[in-house]
Structure formats: C-alpha cells, structure tokens
Design a protein around this ligand. Structure first.
Ligand SMILES: Nc1ncnc2c1ncn2[C@@H]1O[C@H](COP(=O)(O)OP(=O)(O)O)[C@@H](O)[C@H]1O
Ligand SMILES: [Mg+2]
Length: 343
C-alpha cells in the first residue's frame, strides 16, 4: 500500500547540515494502523510530512497505492493529496470558520457542489460525534472536539491514508482515549490505513498493529507491536517499553516476595497474546484444590492481545500444586516457572 525507499531529508541550517530523515525504507500494508514512535527530534514529523510532500525529500521514493508520490507534478500532487488526510497536534483549524465550514473547506477546494458538500459535511459530523456543534467556532470547542473537527476535515474527500502527527499529544488522557477509539472505529469501518506518529507508548499499545522506533532519522527497530514490546532490542525501544511495563529491574523485587511469603510455591506466569483472556487463575482454582494468591505483576492489552507477567503464590497439598503446574505447562500457552519451591 505504502512503500518508502531510501527516503532522505537533509536540512541546511546556518551552513550546518541536519539529517532529519536518514535513508529510510519501509512498507506499510493496507488497513494497518502503523505507529512510529521516537523522542523529540528523532525526525518523525519530517518523515510523515515527506509522505505527502509537505516537505520535499532530498532523495528517495514514496509510493502510495501504486502512485509514485515523489514523481508527481504540482497539479497531480494536489489531486493525490485528496487521498492522503492529515491531522496535527495543534489541530490547524481555520479559526474564523465554523465547525461545518472547516469540514467543508477541503470539499470546496476539490470543487464539490454546494448541495453535495452539505450532505457530506453532515455525514462527517455524525461520524465524529459533533452533532449539534455545526455552527460553533473552534475557540468554543474543547481540545477533543477540535481534533474531531480535524479528523472530519481530513476524511472529507474519502482518503485512503490518514497521517496523524502527535494527534493526541495536546489532549488529556481521557480525551486521548476517546480520539484513539474514534481512529480505530474509522480504521475498521473504512479500512483506512493510518500512520500514527507519537512519543507516547500507550498510544502505540492501545491502537497500533505495527510499530517502528525512530532515532536520529533512522528506523532502528520495527515489527508487530507484541513482538517489539516483548523482545525490544535497542536501548531506545527498551526505554519506551518501560514507559508502560515499568522497569524490568522490578523483577529483582521478587527476592522480597520470596522472603515475605514463606509458604507454598511461588510461580512466575508469563502471558503472551490471547492467553491473557483465558481467566487462568480462576480456572486453576476451580479445577484443583489449591489456593492462589496473586502477589505482583502487570498485564497490558495491545491490539494483538495482552502480555505480561504475574507472580502467584500457590498453597495447598504439594501433589495438587504440582498437578496445577503441569496443567499450565501442558494445556495452556502460558509459560510457568517455579521460582520458589514449597518449603
Ligand atoms: N524546517 C527545518 N529546518 C531545519 N531543521 C529542521 C526543520 N524541521 C526539522 N528540523 C530538524 O530536523 C530534526 C527532526 O525534526 P522533527 O522531524 O521535527 O522531529 P520529531 O517530530 O521527531 O520531534 C530536528 O533536529 C529538527 O531540528
Ligand atoms: Mg514532531
């Protein structure tokens, strides 16, 4: 769907060269929600602006839906941009226009008739949940509502791709979630491919299927979200994963657990993918005559299922505990490790 080959952007600033995007090659499949995460200055905004040529590449090739964006003349590019919507951190709305007139703006540019425009605007307003606010001005809206206008405007011409540059970074956590839910909705309803730039790992966790980690203009790691989260290779990726999982050093606290809970076995259960949803603990408690006490752990949910670790104290007859452990090993895809045997 989107193929990016050898993409470069070099800025010259006071005779100094800044390599903002450095030889980037990447393929994004149709219908994916593809996240790009990196710290400030990594080159994320430049990268995403190269895709619709808001920034002209120094070299390299961008192809979207079999059309080579990087070889289009200005007129062709204007047309192609109707198929590439974009939303921004600070919304970029027209402050002197109402909600409906903001949303109508790209339709006016595309030469859509007045009657068709108002029909489409009303559809979009319903889609993003802004019914009743048609005549409001941006200054009268909350941040979340402003971004809904931004999304409606970006979708006006039925784009195939939506580019999101830190679209939730100016919003509080609750509003962020509602906007992310709206993006997932749109992705599922229309099969829209979404490229989402962020510096926040929970945004990736919540809605992305694929993730690329960017550092100094390069993509240093990429893959499906669950793989990258569970096996981060680069130190920058590990830091991002710690944002949501906590530091892996927390594992060292288990010596405290072992000291503080001195009867029964202590098990470490490692969940990956759909297994998290199996309600394993209650199943074990029903099936075996054991008492299970969750001591510590964290499970997070991603688009591809949950993953994480639980430390559990298992008390009861030794035979019964062993049976439960064997059941986990043989009948489930949860990894189990006995980290302290029954005394
Ligand atoms: N128009 C520009 N002129 C000069 N340097 C720029 C320009 N835009 C971005 N840069 C530089 O390119 C690098 C990447 O910036 P940017 O793409 O905004 O990163 P991010 O979005 O990840 O924070 C930074 O060093 C930034 O200062
Ligand atoms: Mg940026």
């Amino acid at each position: 769907m989107i193929s990016i080959e050898g993409l470069n952007k070099i800025f010259s600033l006071n005779k100094k060269k800044i390599i903002a995007v450095d030889d980037l090659t990447l393929t994004i499949k149709e219908g994916e929600i593809y996240g790009v995460i990196g710290y400030s200055g990594a080159g994320k905004s430049t990268f995403v602006r190269l895709l619709n040529r808001l920034e002209e590449p120094t070299s390299g090739k961008v192809t979207i839906d079999n059309r080579e964006i990087t070889s289009l003349n200005p007129k062709q590019l204007r047309l192609a941009r109707q198929e590439i919507g974009m939303i921004f951190q600070h919304f970029n709305l027209l402050w002197s226009r109402t909600v409906e007139d903001n949303i109508a703006f790209p339709l006016e540019i595309a030469g859509i008739s007045k009657a068709d425009r108002s029909k489409r605007v009303q559809e979009l307003i319903d889609l993003v949940g802004l019914s009743g606010r048609e005549k409001a001005y941006p200054s009268q809206l909350s941040g979340g509502q402003k971004q809904r206008v931004g999304i409606a405007r970006a979708l006006a011409n039925n784009p195939k791709v939506l580019l999101c540059d830190e679209a939730t970074s100016a919003l509080d956590p609750e509003t962020t979630n509602s906007i992310l839910n709206l993006l997932v909705d749109i992705n599922q309803k229309f099969g829209l491919t979404i490229i989402l730039i962020t510096h926040e790992m929970h945004v990736i966790r919540k809605i992305c299927n694929q993730v690329a980690v960017m550092e100094q203009g390069k993509i240093v790691e990429q893959g499906n979200v669950l793989d990258v989260f569970t096996h981060p290779k680069k130190s920058v990726t590990k830091k991002f994963v710690e944002q949501i999982m906590g530091s892996s050093e927390a594992d060292e606290d288990i010596s405290n657990l072992i000291d503080n809970y001195n009867d029964g076995k202590i098990l470490r259960l490692h969940f990956l993918g759909e297994t998290t949803n199996q309600a394993l603990i209650s199943k074990l408690a029903k099936k075996f005559d054991v008492e299970l006490n969750i001591l510590q752990g964290k499970i997070v949910q991603t688009q591809a299922g949950g993953y994480g670790t639980l430390f559990v104290q298992a008390k009861g007859g030794i035979e019964e505990i062993n049976k439960a452990v064997r059941f986990i090993q043989e009948e489930t895809s949860v990894e189990v490790e006995v980290i302290r045997d029954a005394n």
